[in-house]
Design a protein around this ligand. Structure first.
Ligand SMILES: Nc1nc2c(c(=O)[nH]1)N[C@H]1C(S)=C(S)[C@@H](COP(=O)(O)OP(=O)(O)OC[C@H]3O[C@@H](n4cnc5c(=O)[nH]c(N)nc54)[C@H](O)[C@@H]3O)O[C@H]1N2
Ligand SMILES: Nc1nc2c(c(=O)[nH]1)N[C@H]1C(S)=C(S)[C@@H](COP(=O)(O)OP(=O)(O)OC[C@H]3O[C@@H](n4cnc5c(=O)[nH]c(N)nc54)[C@H](O)[C@@H]3O)O[C@H]1N2
Ligand SMILES: [Mo]
Length: 722
């Protein structure tokens, strides 16, 4: 981006036409960065809760003194497990934050490190563990003739499948050169509207549809026999597991046209010279069976041989991460779950996707050995984003110490004992290492080029402010608690298993004097392209990396596994579920699905007039015919009720939805006591979601999509109905 800074203050952000990948593109959230930085509601000082329940500014050093003392007392009395850390999405723009937070929690000896990943798409890492990784990497979207997207809308989310640097242009170029896009989505999303085939099923049927497609591909022998023979295990087991998912069965349960399904399978498997991949998003992952959905995406990709092959260019060679040798071979499956720290509820454990965040509220509420007493949240907003808002509220109120690191008094910060005010994006240096790292967590993500960029600090923190960087806060605590921190530039997900260079480890103690710039230099000591070289290209650069996928090692016997017993076992049980029973439930005639808003990043920005344009709530989108059938009008106040709880909302006509489906954005709303402010704040979908009824036994992810609901008129805002 091109940022204009006047007297140290950020005044304008625009696209950078000289950037080789973004080509002048920015999103609404990026262009709003001046208003985000100069927001009058931004915290310029850390806050401490007063006896009366209000907040008063506290000098950041003093806040660290007091927090460190409380943590020491809690650890002495209840042990290290009593301290937990939660990393939300806004920890991620700052490359050192998560790493230092992780070093801190390890230094005190607590296993309780949670992230938003396990309320997002943890099935991606579970599936990769069960299936294995292809060491040649992904097919390049820019070269593929077909692509299949399941429950993701990358034109808005920029998250997966279509390269997110300029998704509109990338997709347009692909369609112009003949790519056939296939989209599975109960809503005619912005992405689905451009697809060659759009299947618009009932939500929650993605595993059935993918199994159905695999069944057709196997039955019609459209798979890549040579690739399967050479690189894939478990083919017979997969074929048997999907055999029951006949086109008629799938079309019936998913309520789609049988011929369209067959057409989609044939198009994906046999169209063009270079077939593309399959990626799923949050929509498909949150409707239960996310692990199986992700696993079947990998299975379909693998049986069709849709991975980069020997002699082809590496789509995502590292630039700021270390160089590696891409090879046309499998890294075998590995243990992905059921190990490590045991949770005290629902038989959950640590796993390759991280600790189950949906169980953290229970760990706070459940008395006894190991109970969590202190929680530090970095750039996350549990009250807005976690499932079961009322339970989350009880849990956060039960804590001896709640600390948030947040730029504003977010819904969660309003319950905190301390809110630490951080510097913002343009006041800190930035680099693209994290955008490279993400490919190890999920195929279809990251930047499809040897691209890197570094940006120095551009804006001054507002005058008179007292702001810290998140990583400095953790180093500050370490100093006061006399801890030694082992900062590891870790390569998470399953990727750490096959990175050729060992991670960089730095040792810090309270006396360490280091700047963020110096820390980045350490993190980049093993970069393929030296950081100095990257810095020479202020507009970002696609480096001249001649990385080509090498042939398979002569002694390599590793294979990708499409026959995992646990995954296919779940598919079998899912086949037996009579999904139609639920669909005739007159108490809950609609299914509520998630979708993202173009102008907000989860809860970030929802309060900002530049972005919400006067509409600071999340409507419940509903087909106009369904609104009429209820005798309601678009804009009416309603109550949305699930079997668990209810929320107020405002309905809005949207003919892109199936008539039996309603949709809304998550991470809006106030406290349950603020329901009357629904037209100013929206409401929290998480309140409708129980954590212990329908949940994934491996990751703990509850059913956050395909939620049975009824929608009823609400005469007064204050009314409560259940
Ligand atoms: N029902 C339902 N629930 C969901 C989802 C869904 O689709 N449906 N989606 C899930 C997904 S995918 C995710 S990732 C999670 C998100 O869950 P969280 O990450 O917990 O929620 P966010 O709203 O992203 O939290 C961001 C916080 O960072 C703060 N912030 C903004 N800028 C900065 C900054 O520069 N520094 C710091 N330190 N803080 C900053 C914001 O004020 C906000 O409080 O929610 C999940 N929850
Ligand atoms: N503008 C913007 N961009 C974002 C975010 C944001 O809040 N705003 N959040 C970021 C985050 S944290 C994440 S995790 C990513 C997520 O990125 P995506 O996964 O692409 O999220 P969405 O844009 O919500 O797209 C989900 C799609 O799934 C569909 N869907 C819902 N239920 C089902 C179902 O049961 N089956 C199928 N097949 N489809 C279904 C919805 O209609 C919707 O079109 O986006 C990131 N990017
Ligand atoms: Mo997410």
């Amino acid at each position: 981006m091109l940022a204009t800074v006047v007297d140290g203050k950020l005044t304008k952000v625009a696209g950078d036409p000289d950037n080789p990948l973004f080509k002048g593109y920015t999103c609404a959230k990026g262009r709003a960065l001046p208003d985000i930085h100069n927001n009058p509601d931004r915290l310029l000082h850390s806050q401490k809760r007063t006896v009366g329940g209000g907040y008063a500014p506290v000098e950041s050093g003093q806040a660290m003194d007091e927090i460190a003392a409380t943590l020491q007392r809690l650890i002495a009395e209840f042990g290290p497990r009593s301290v937990a850390l939660y990393l939300g999405t806004n920890g991620l723009p700052y490359p050192a934050s998560a790493l230092m937070a992780n070093a801190f929690i390890r230094a005190i000896g607590s296993p309780m490190f949670f992230t938003a990943n396990t309320i997002d798409q943890p099935g991606k890492q579970i599936a990769l563990a069960a299936h294995g990784h292809w060491l040649g990497g992904d097919v390049n979207f820019h070269e593929a003739d077909s692509w299949l997207l399941v429950g993701t809308n990358p034109l808005v989310s920029k998250a997966i499948g279509i390269p997110g640097q300029n998704p509109g242009q990338s997709l347009k170029a692909a369609i112009n050169r003949g790519m056939k896009l296939i989209v599975i989505d109960p809503r005619r999303s912005q992405t689905a509207a451009r697809a060659a085939i759009h299947l618009q099923p009932r939500p929650g049927e993605d595993a059935a549809i993918l199994a159905g497609i695999i069944n057709i591909v196997i039955d019609e022998k459209l798979y890549d026999r040579e690739f399967v023979e050479e690189n894939v295990d478990g083919f017979a087991a997969l074929a048997e597991a999907v055999a029951d998912f006949t086109p008629a069965h799938v079309a019936g349960r998913a309520d789609i046209d049988e011929q369209q399904l067959v057409k989609a399978a044939r198009l994906f498997a046999s169209y063009g010279k270079r077939g593309g991949m399959v990626n799923a998003g949050t929509g498909a992952n949150m409707a239960m069976h996310g692990n199986v959905v992700e696993y079947l995406c990998l299975c379909l990709t693998s049986i069709c041989g849709r991975w980069q092959r020997a002699g082809e260019r590496v789509t995502r060679p590292n630039t700021l991460l270390p160089a590696f040798t891409a090879k046309a071979q499998a890294h075998p499956p590995y243990e992905g779950w059921g190990y490590g720290e045991q949770l005290r509820v629902r038989g959950l454990t640590d796993a390759v996707c991280g600790m189950p965040t949906a169980a953290l509220a229970d760990e706070i509420l459940l008395d006894g050995d190991g109970q969590v007493k202190a929680l530090i949240c970095i750039g996350g907003n549990p009250m807005a984003a976690w499932p079961d808002q009322r339970k989350t509220l009880r849990a956060l109120e039960n804590l001896d110490l709640l600390v948030t690191l947040d730029t504003e008094m977010s819904l969660t910060s309003r319950l905190a004992h301390y809110v630490i005010a951080p510097k913002m994006q343009m006041e800190t240096p930035a680099m693209t290492m994290g955008s490279e790292l993400i490919k190890y967590y999920a195929s279809g993500t990251g930047i499809p080029a040897p691209y890197a960029q570094y940006a120095p600090r551009l804006a001054e923190p507002p005058s008179g402010s007292d702001l810290t960087e998140e990583w400095q806060f953790f180093l500050g605590l370490a100093k006061r608690m006399d801890l030694e921190l082992w900062f590891i530039n870790f390569f998470g997900g399953g990727g750490g298993r096959f990175m050729e260079s060992p991670p960089i480890v730095c040792n810090f103690n309270g006396d360490t004097q280091i700047t963020t710039e110096e820390l980045f230099e350490k993190m980049c000591e093993t970069s393929r392209i030296p950081l100095d070289e990257v810095r020479r290209h202020p507009h970002g650069h696609v480096f001249d990396v001649e990385a080509v996928v090498e042939v398979k090692d002569a002694d390599c016997a590793a294979k990708l596994d499409v026959g995992n017993v646990v995954m296919l076992g779940e598919l079998g049980r899912y086949f037996g579920e009579d999904i139609r029973v639920g669909w005739n439930d007159t108490d809950f005639p609609f299914r509520l699905i998630p979708r993202r808003h173009n102008n907000f990043m989860n809860s970030s920005g929802t309060r900002l007039a530049t972005l919400n344009k006067g509409k600071a709530y999340n409507p419940t989108y509903m087909h106009p015919d369904s609104i009429a059938a209820l005798g309601l009008n678009s804009g009416d106040l309603v109550t949305v009720t699930s079997p668990h709880d209810c929320i107020p909302s405002v309905i809005e006509a949207d003919d892109s939805l199936r008539p039996d489906v309603v949709a809304t954005h998550h991470a809006f709303g106030g406290l349950p006591s603020e329901d009357e402010e629904v037209r100013d704040r929206g409401s929290t979908v998480g309140r409708l979601i129980p954590t212990e009824v329908d949940f994934d036994p491996i990751t703990g992810l509850p059913r956050q999509g395909n939620i049975p609901v009824r929608v009823t008129a609400r005469s007064t805002v204050g009314e409560v109905s259940l």
